[in-house]
Design a protein around this ligand. Structure first.
Ligand SMILES: NC(=O)C1=CN([C@@H]2O[C@H](COP(=O)(O)OP(=O)(O)OC[C@H]3O[C@@H](n4cnc5c(N)ncnc54)[C@H](O)[C@@H]3O)[C@@H](O)[C@H]2O)[C@@H](O)CC1
Ligand SMILES: Nc1ncnc2c1ncn2[C@@H]1O[C@H](COP(=O)(O)OP(=O)(O)O)[C@@H](O)[C@H]1O
Ligand SMILES: [K+]
Length: 461
């Protein structure tokens, strides 16, 4: 999987900054660099528009004073309103270098552009209600708004809102993304996210999901070389059909639906095998060419479903477990190297109410189960047992419609059959699913994603 922009928690960010200082980087120099990067972005977008900077008591406020000075140096009409007294060495230096007046936040008048440098990664509790209300009022009155590092009021590591937060046009993340940039609810409060490079070394563990690079088939490829996928059917035909059709359009070479119903629906390219009994299912799974097996969509939850699941769990192939399979299974039964695709309800049922952010929970579940976890939702988190994490962002909220999870599960099984690498396959599938949804526009149904998948794949070759 292509590594995307790193995501660091507040503590990891502090450690990364400390490592730079230990290596001889000047503390205040880093603030100047951060402020300069942010000022450049604001200047390029806003030119000479009148601007109000809100500066807090910590280093986020220090960034604000640097931005104010640099914008004013370019002739921008800038005003500064401060909250509290600058309390860090660097922020005091930044304040001292600002040679304009400092207004009171409580009485400052609005401006065309608003820059929020009240709090960043150091926020430890919600803003005082009066301060939060002022922030919302001044941001709402501006036609352009920027949050420096983070919108003041969001919890860096979880994305929770600790107090009222206004919607920002742009958030300028400093040095790395933080979980709150991608996790909900905080992610909803920023229309556009940019990350300014200030020399923080990239971490190799947690990233934003990047567009994958896919391989087109070559002259030596044939249908089995490109991956044979089995989709296990059950009580409800539609779900396994959606999954099988998505797998068939994932780049895999061949898809078999091991049907419990004997019905031959869906694309003619999909081979329907009659696997109504557990014995017949076992025979179908006894094929060394199978590169992945998906079980769960439409499986059912009764004793028959459980028997079918047991047969799949013992088949020895690479597995994708979704939907009903996640409801039937216990953690101890999950085969190493499988991919699980739980939504919130399935995740909590299987792994319990784990502590921490969605990233922490996905990571803990992957470590505990030995499986790659795709913890679905508007912010899907993909975690591997070895600690790697990719966080998907910007998915169309129109995906919140029945059957899109079945399409994702089929795509995951397809990409797993193609690549053989569970973490890479999970990332590719989540990306392609999101892009197919974007191409499908508004009010689509799960079936419509099948039509847009080939274009999503073509865009990544
Ligand atoms: N370490 C560094 O030198 C750098 C830090 N940078 C900036 O510094 C930020 C982090 O700075 P800090 O650690 O100083 O933290 P903040 O500037 O986010 O604020 C922390 C200060 O606010 C207080 N505080 C926390 N929550 C509060 C609340 N609800 N109401 C009132 N006061 C509250 C804290 O006690 C502390 O004094 C980053 O987000 C980034 O903007 C950048 O300048 C890059 C360099
Ligand atoms: N509000 C949302 N915004 C973006 N994506 C969403 C949203 N809600 C759900 N999704 C995505 O849609 C899919 C829904 O899957 P799931 O809940 O299993 O539905 P179903 O079982 O009906 O197929 C997942 O890929 C999930 O990440
Ligand atoms: K801020």
């Amino acid at each position: 999987m292509t590594a995307g922009t790193p995501i660091l928690t507040a503590a990891q960010m502090r450690d990364a900054e400390q490592a730079l200082f230990d290596a001889g980087v000047d503390d205040y120099g880093l603030m100047e660099k951060a402020g300069a990067a942010a000022a450049e972005i604001i200047w390029r977008a806003g030119g000479h528009r009148d601007t109000l900077l809100l500066c807090g008591p910590g280093n986020n406020g220090g960034d604000g004073f640097v931005i104010a000075r640099l914008l004013r140096g370019r002739g921008v009409p800038v005003r500064v309103a401060a909250l509290g007294t600058s309390g860090t060495v660097s922020s005091r230096r930044a304040l001292a270098a600002w040679d304009g007046p400092v207004e009171d936040l409580a009485t400052a008048a609005p401006a065309t552009q608003l820059v929020d440098a009240l709090f960043g990664t150091g926020l430890s509790r919600g803003l005082d209600p009066a301060v939060a209300a002022r922030l919302c009022e001044l941001t709402g009155a501006a036609s352009r708004s920027y949050a420096i590092d983070l919108p003041s009021g969001v919890e860096t590591d979880s994305g929770a809102l600790l107090s009222a937060v206004p919607h920002f046009g742009v958030c300028i993340a400093l040095g790395a993304l933080k979980p709150a940039h991608l996790l909900y609810p905080a992610a909803d409060y920023v229309a556009r996210l940019v990350c300014a490079d200030i020399g923080i070394p990239a971490s190799d563990r947690v990233h934003r999901l990047m567009p994958p690079r896919l391989r087109a088939p070559g002259a030596a490829d044939h249908k089995y070389a490109r991956g044979l996928v089995a989709v296990v059917g059950g009580a409800m035909t539609g779900a396994s059909l959606l999954a099988a059709q998505a797998a068939a359009r994932s780049g895999a070479g061949m898809v078999r639906r091991l049907a419990a119903d004997g019905l031959r629906h869906g694309a003619d390219a999909i081979v329907t095998q009659d696997a109504g009994t557990v014995e017949a299912l076992g025979c179908s799974l006894d094929d060394g060419r199978l590169a992945s097996v998906l079980v769960g969509p439409g499986l059912g939850r009764d004793a028959v479903a459980r028997a079918r699941l047991d047969m799949v769990l013992g088949c020895g192939h690479r597995l994708v477990l979704d939907a009903d399979a996640l409801t039937l299974i216990g953690i101890e039964e999950i085969p190493d190297g499988a991919i699980l695709t739980p939504h919130e309800g399935e995740f909590v049922r299987l792994f319990g109410d784990l502590p921490g952010s969605k990233i922490d929970r996905a990571r803990a579940a992957a470590a505990r189960s030995g499986a790659v976890i795709i913890y679905k939702g508007a912010d899907s988190v993909i975690a591997a047992p070895d600690g790697r994490v990719a966080v998907a962002s910007g998915a169309s909220h129109w995906l919140s419609t029945a059957g899109t999870g079945d399409v994702l599960a089929g795509l995951v099984a397809g990409r797993l059959a193609v690549t053989g690498d569970a973490f890479a396959a999970a990332g590719e599938a989540v990306w392609l699913h999101g892009d197919a949804a974007r191409r499908a526009g508004a009010a689509f149904i799960a079936d419509d994603l099948l039509a847009t998948l080939p274009a999503a794949i073509a865009a990544r070759l």
